[in-house]
Design a protein. Structure first.
Length: 94
């Protein structure tokens, strides 16, 4: 396995955590420990999904407010809300 060390570290983080963690929180923790060869957000998500002993606990949805237009009178720029959805993960009791 190419990422065995990171996989074991992620499992340890979730087992020691008192609450479920989001993919972003796990990504930040892992990249603080391994700053030069830490995984990308996509790699963390894939690792979490494929690791035995880790399961999804749900999702967190958040929306940001639309930003004002950069140019007055121009419609269609920066309209609409941005959506951020992150998965929440927990360690299973094995």
């Amino acid at each position: 396995m190419a990422k065995t060390r990171i996989r074991k570290y992620i499992l340890k983080i979730l087992q020691e955590s008192r609450m479920p963690l989001t993919t972003g929180e796990i990504h930040d923790i892992v990249n603080k420990k391994y700053p030069h060869f830490g995984p990308s957000m996509n790699q963390v998500g894939n690792t979490l999904a494929k690791t035995k002993g880790i399961e999804k606990a749900g999702f967190i949805d958040s929306y940001s407010e639309p930003r004002p237009s950069l140019k007055d009178g121009v419609e269609g720029l920066n309209t609409g809300k941005a959506r951020l959805r992150q998965t929440v993960w927990i360690a299973t009791k094995d």
